[in-house]
Each structure stands twice: as structure tokens, then as C-alpha cells.
Design a binder for this molecule. Structure first.
Ligand code: SAH
Length: 362
């Protein structure tokens, strides 16, 4: 077990406190915060404005970066997947998705995942452990440095989505702490309204989010319009069934301010949840709870051991048409990075890919 304090996981104030505790002036803490988050340095040796003795001491008593990039996979669509290892040798995956007007980084909140969603490959890993705030922040630093060079300012805006491996709301405190660190103007400066966190439906945390002012955008993975089917596809539904989930969603929706986004994710599984009848059930359900959130239809990303196929595009379109005819705003999400196992539900620490694998120095 790593005993040293991971400084990338501390807020600016906590870092100043840590530095004072080891008998150094607080401004050194602020210097280190800027070096780790704004200049995105990953080792104390590189922070050359610190006295050599302090750098050496920090190396003994603390860590800067703890994740090691094991491999990097680059999709033909430009998406990059990083397979990393924690200090205790557990897999962490992060996906960098370039788009015309912005980049999106999809980060993981846990190594593996405890939920048993039948359509998701990550479920097959089980839960290895929850990630620390530092491990969440480091994923973003690593992806940005690889895409643009160490410390280089991203040319487009950076959005974050908590849709990688794991259930973010089962690691709520570390997640919120990491988001606070990343929002710091003297650091990465990625503010909460640029972040979307997706949950399979951990109802108490949805309610908690409804009470917060500094919070990310929310996405809810729905996947089915009835309890019977959702119990089967997403066993978390047995704990928090659709009625409770949508009740909490309504509570959240009532607190939404201008600029905040709230969406439902609906993975489209051929012949399972994509019929016209199910589209009508879904629209009626959302209307019954008076929910106005948009629905994102995600064509299923197939992977070998999963017993599903993606719905044909024509069925996705007619599903969308039915939802829209009942007043539900609907959007079809384009899959990215399927060829390198980087798309939704494909993160399972896979080493194979169809394209060239490149290693980068860790
Ligand atoms: N545990 C969280 C976050 C990770 S999943 C959650 O469930 O929301 C992120 C999204 O990917 C979810 O909306 C999920 O429904 C979707 N997803 C999972 N497996 C998929 C697959 N094989 N194809 C397409 N989308 C998938």
C-alpha cells in the first residue's frame, strides 16, 4: 500500500497546509499546486523552482503522479484510449475524444465496476476498487499532456464525462473532491458546467446532488422503460426501481439552473428494448413524471462476450421519431472509438485492438 500522500489529490488549501506541516512556507504549496495542475507536471524533479532539498524530501514523503500509462490505442476516428495502472497494479482507462469545437475526456471513477449491467463489458471485471481524487485528476492531466504536450493550453475547450469504468455515485466524495480540484482557476480550470457525470441510478446521491450548487451536469442511464426489463438489464434497479429513480430525477430537475444539462442515456439493444411499443412506454413514463430531460439514444457497442447486437439504424430512427412525436427531445449519439474498445461499455482493460498500438513513456 502506498503510504505517501498523493499531492495531485489535494486542493490548493490542503496542499498549502501539507507544506506548512513539513515546515515549509505555505506559498510553496501554491507553487506546487500550479506546477501539478496548470503546468501539468508529473514529478517533483521537474518543479525546478523548488529548492533541490525540498524536491528530494517530497520524493520521499509524497507522490506527484501515481498512474502509469501501460498502452495507448488510437482509433481511426482520432479517439485515444489509455490503459493505465495504479500503484497497486489495477487497470484504469481513460478516453480522449477530439471533436471539432471541443475535446471530451471520458474518465473512470473506479477500477472495474460493482454493478452487473448485462450490456456493459466493464461489469465483467467486477469492482477492483474505487479511485482516489488524485487518480481521477491524473487521468485528465495524462490525456491533455499526451494530446497537446506537457502543460500546453488546449486549443479547444475541454469537456469531461464521468462515463468510463465504474459507478461515479458509489465513489461520490472522491469524485466531488476531484471536480473541485479541477475547477481551480490556478489549476486545470475545468469548471463543473463542462463536466457531465453519468449514474446507473444511485438515488440517494441524485437527491444529494439536487441540494448542491457547485455540481456537474447529470446523466441517468435508463436502458429500459419497465421495471421488469430494467431489473434484468441493470440489477441496480432492484434496489432503486424506476419509480424511485424518476422521482429523484424530478427533484433534481426542479433545481436546474440556466446552463445546466440533464439527460437520460438509453442504450439500444437489438430486439430487447428498441420496439415501437417500448418507445411509447418510455415517452409515457417520462411524461408521467413530468420530466423534460433529453434522451440520448446510444447504439449498443458490441463486444465479444456480450449477448447483444446494436439496433439497426432504422429502428433507432423510428424509436426517436416516436419519442419526439410525444414531446420527448431525443438525440442519437454517434459511437466513437469502437475499433479500439474505447466506446461506451467497452472498457474492460482490453489489450487487443484492430489498429496499431503505440506505447508512450510512463
Ligand atoms: N456507471 C455509470 C457510468 C458508466 S457507463 C452509468 O451507468 O451511467 C456510461 C454509459 O454507457 C451508460 O449510459 C451506459 O448505459 C452506456 N453503456 C454501457 N455499456 C454499453 C454498451 N455496450 N454500448 C453502448 N453503451 C453502453
Amino acid at each position: 500500500m502506498e503510504k505517501r500522500t498523493n499531492l495531485t489529490g489535494l486542493s490548493k488549501a490542503e496542499l498549502a497546509e501539507f507544506i506548512e506541516q513539513i515546515g515549509e512556507p505555505a506559498y510553496r504549496g501554491r507553487q506546487i499546486f500550479g506546477a501539478l495542475h496548470q503546468r501539468r507536471l508529473q514529478s517533483f524533479e521537474e518543479i525546478t523552482e523548488l529548492p533541490k532539498a525540498l524536491r528530494e524530501r517530497l520524493q520521499k514523503e509524497a507522490t506527484a503522479s501515481t498512474l502509469k500509462v501501460e498502452s495507448r490505442y488510437i482509433s481511426e476516428d482520432g479517439t485515444r484510449r489509455y490503459l493505465m495502472k495504479t500503484h497497486d497494479n489495477l487497470p484504469v482507462e481513460t478516453v480522449f475524444i477530439p471533436e471539432e469545437r471541443r475535446d471530451t475526456i471520458c474518465f473512470s471513477s473506479q477500477s472495474g465496476c460493482p454493478l452487473q449491467c448485462t450490456f456493459c463489458l466493464t461489469a465483467q471485471l467486477g469492482l477492483l476498487r474505487s479511485l482516489t481524487p488524485g487518480e481521477i485528476v491524473e487521468q485528465i492531466i495524462i490525456a491533455l499532456n499526451d494530446a497537446y504536450g506537457v502543460g500546453e493550453k488546449p486549443p479547444r475547450g475541454t469537456n469531461l464525462v464521468g462515463m468510463g469504468a465504474g459507478e461515479p455515485f458509489l465513489n461520490f466524495d472522491s469524485l466531488m473532491k476531484a471536480l473541485g480540484i479541477m475547477a481551480d482557476p490556478q489549476g486545470l480550470f475545468i469548471v463543473p458546467h463542462r463536466v457531465t457525470v453519468s449514474t446507473a441510478g444511485v438515488v440517494p446521491r441524485i437527491r444529494e446532488l439536487a441540494t448542491l450548487t457547485q455540481r456537474p451536469n447529470l446523466a441517468i442511464s435508463l436502458a429500459a422503460p419497465t421495471d421488469n426489463l430494467r431489473d434484468e438489464l441493470m440489477p441496480i434497479n432492484k434496489k432503486w426501481p424506476i419509480g424511485e429513480l424518476l422521482g429523484a430525477c424530478k427533484e433534481f430537475e426542479q433545481t436546474i439552473k440556466a446552463g445546466e444539462r440533464f439527460t437520460f442515456e438509453y442504450v439500444m439493444l437489438d430486439g430487447i428494448n428498441d420496439s415501437g411499443e417500448q418507445a411509447r412506454q418510455l415517452a409515457n413514463l417520462l411524461n408521467r413524471y413530468d420530466l423534460h430531460a433529453r434522451v440520448n439514444l446510444i447504439p449498443h457497442n458490441p463486444a465479444d462476450p456480450l449477448p447483444y447486437q446494436p439496433s439497426p439504424m432504422a429502428r433507432v430512427e423510428s424509436f426517436k421519431y416516436i419519442l419526439e412525436s410525444k414531446g420527448v427531445r431525443t438525440f442519437v449519439r454517434r459511437p466513437r472509438g469502437r475499433d479500439i474498445f474505447a466506446a461506451c461499455g467497452q472498457l474492460a482493460a482490453r489489450r487487443e485492438t484492430n489498429t496499431i498500438q503505440q506505447s508512450i513513456g510512463a
